[in-house]
Design a protein around this ligand. Sequence first.
Ligand SMILES: [Ca+2]
Length: 279
Amino acid sequence: MSSKRQFLVAATIAASVLLIAPRVASAALVSFQQGVSGYAGTDDTMLASWAGAPSLSFGGRPNFDVGSFSTSSTARSNGLVRFDLTSLATMFPGGYTVNSATLRLTTSNVAFNSSASGNVQAILLDNANAGWVEGTSVGGAEASVSVWHRRLTGTDTTNNGPGSETWTGGSGAAGSDGGTVLGSAAMVTTLNTAIDIDLGASLSFIDTWASGGTNGGFYLRAEDLSASAGGRQSFFSSEDPTVGGRPELILDVTAIPEPSSFVLLLGALGMFAGLRCRK
Ligand SMILES: [Ca+2]
């Protein structure tokens, strides 16, 4: 091969690598948090069982409680959080792999967990309950939203009480009601503290949500509601004025190169191999 041709081959390889380099991204953290970079895809609310609360909406409250402040079945509250992830496809037009996912919640009240220890569970809500609606009320009656007793007020007409509501699996029953337990994290006794829940290794639900499939979000509850040590933790919601404390979903994502990049890469490697063989 002439030196001129060798130069052309080397230049082609270099140009190909330059074209490929920005597309073959290393793992990157992608965050979804209400109000950050224009993101407005969070829904969150609380389901509460205490006197008077089971039929009330808390979707507009700047925080939500998870757990129980006594062993009574009428002292419980659970959280629901959903993130719209359909913008992932725009961020990674060539596709992506989700390596890990973390749900970060920040404490807004620890009065009922000042000494007790317990775990907050993040549960993948069963698709049968995916039609929950956040609402905008701060503890008032509201039509067609989700409350403790009913998945949708005015639509689900049977009021069976905590543990046997029209929610599939019940919104207050002990055990893994609501769906698959993804992960848990210990409650803390300090205010304004972030707790991270690792959502485990089975993350195909992220792809489903990103592609616009059924998205019921996360159901948050204390791991042991039957014991006083189960604890109760309050977290800032997406309505809180302080953006940094709102629920955050953090994904560790690796971009997949677009097919055109693979062609360039294979072409460059093929030319390089040819160059090596002719030496
Ligand atoms: Ca809310």
